[in-house]
Design a protein around this ligand. Structure first.
Ligand SMILES: NC(=O)c1ccc[n+]([C@@H]2O[C@H](COP(=O)([O-])OP(=O)(O)OC[C@H]3O[C@@H](n4cnc5c(N)ncnc54)[C@H](OP(=O)(O)O)[C@@H]3O)[C@@H](O)[C@H]2O)c1
Length: 175
């Protein structure tokens, strides 16, 4: 059994559609990734957990991974491609770097997905665009690689190239 966390989110919604046989962790029903004991029921008979970490720091991640390890064999963690720039680049990079360390130390088998920027982030600009706020362009020559959760996601069980699991993080996005 696969347990999908973040199932109501941008990525989780797509994964839920791709893996209808998987169980979903529903935050609204009382399961909270910050409170490991609330995960007990959802983790029963689970073999693999697809983990997103919806918080701004890695505080509590060790305890949550410990709880997962009591039940499951494997974790697939959705990290960020920004990790390659080093943990001190910005707080979000720090968060994902810390989570990767915690995942590797958890004793679980792991796959780490390093995703590029989600195109769905752009929806956050919708209100400003409607209000005709000016937009600041990116410097000439720079580019932002966007990934659509719908078009690019192929699921944690389908790496793009054979042998890619030996790498520290599996890149997901536009290369
Ligand atoms: N945005 C990017 O460009 C980008 C790039 C690389 C990686 N990532 C990572 O990808 C992950 C998923 O992104 P997303 O856009 O799919 O996220 P999202 O749309 O914001 O969804 C977050 C999900 O987490 C759930 N959740 C929130 N707090 C929770 C809690 N305390 N316990 C259990 N579940 C909780 C939410 O459930 P409710 O709706 O019920 O609260 C929702 O299902 C994030 O961790 C992010 O760091 C993002």
């Amino acid at each position: 059994m696969i347990l999908l966390t973040g199932a109501t989110g941008n990525v989780g919604r797509e994964l839920t559609a791709l893996l209808p046989e998987a169980r979903t962790l529903t935050h609204g029903s009382g399961a909270d990734l910050a409170e490991p004991e609330t995960l007990t029921a959802a983790l029963q008979t689970v073999d693999t957990v697809f983990l997103i970490w919806p918080f701004l720091t890695a505080d509590g991640a060790e305890a949550t991974l410990g709880k997962i390890a009591q039940h499951a064999r494997r974790v697939v963690y959705l990290s960020s491609s920004a990790v390659r720039f080093g943990p001190d680049t910005d707080p979000i990079t720090r968060l994902h770097s810390d989570l990767e360390v915690a995942v590797r130390a958890s004793g679980l088998e792991w796959t780490i997905l390093r995703a590029d920027t989600f195109a769905s982030n752009a929806l956050g600009w919708a209100g400003q665009l409607r209000a005709h706020f000016p937009r600041v362009g990116r410097p000439e020559g720079s580019c932002l690689r966007l990934i659509s959760p719908r078009r690019r996601w192929r699921g944690p069980g389908r790496p793009r190239r054979p042998g890619v699991r030996r790498r520290p993080g599996l890149p997901v996005g536009c290369r």
